[in-house]
Design a binder for this molecule. Sequence first.
Ligand SMILES: C[S@@+](CC[C@H](N)C(=O)[O-])C[C@H]1O[C@@H](n2cnc3c(N)ncnc32)[C@H](O)[C@@H]1O
Length: 249
Amino acid sequence: MYKIDIMTLFPDTMGDMLSDSIIGRGQERGFLRAECHQIRDYTANKQRQVDDYPYGGGRGCVMYAQPLCDLREHILSGADGERVRTIYLSPAGKTFTQRDAVRLVNDYDRLILVCGHYEGVDERFIDACVDEEISIGDFVLTGGELPALVVADAVCRLVPGVLPDEECFAEESHWSGMLEYPQYTRPEVWRGRRVPEVLLSGHHENIRRWRRTQSLARTKKRRPDMFARLEPLDKRDLKLLQELSEEEK
Ligand SMILES: C[S@@+](CC[C@H](N)C(=O)[O-])C[C@H]1O[C@@H](n2cnc3c(N)ncnc32)[C@H](O)[C@@H]1O
């Protein structure tokens, strides 16, 4: 069973999100266990204060290292023999990708996701206890809760058994460095827009080729950075792109 422990000041709000959707179903079926822990329960002061003014001055407050470290140690005390990774969600971390989600599910049995708030956490906690810092993008949010849910969702759906089979994600955007092809469902015509004829043909090889072409073309147009990483393309892909550009002439 894959485990996720989230260290947060808002465990109740997080709990609702984790008991629904893919993560909730994965938990019900015994493939996952996601738990939220209240950082405030580990403070060493009567007021249950979790933060204080930054040394050197400046606006806002910084979260104490002590409650974060004590809570992490409490979680680790129940993680005998498990491969645990402690991750601090931070706008100063490395940007999260699908490749990271795959790595985290393959290389570890348990993730501890630390949600910061205010101006962030005392750097000494990061130095002493954190294995890696992950950002979900080049913007700043109020807290680490949404980023932790983003990482948890991306990882949990890859845990074997959570989705019906690997095909559910193996053709999705980012899995193999490309964007996914367009998808359609009923009806065949909606507001005068028809589903591409090839998808109704039942011809599996033609459908596969169409989807591959669409994926390549979309990636090239929308994400030239990803497309550049696909190069050199193999002969079959080059041929598909050539056929597409001839059709578009
Ligand atoms: C207001 S932010 C602190 C920003 C920090 N002072 C800085 O400039 O890097 C509060 C918390 O939100 C979380 N957070 C904000 N933006 C994030 C992002 N893009 N990715 C991951 N976590 C983020 C982090 O846990 C952070 O400790």
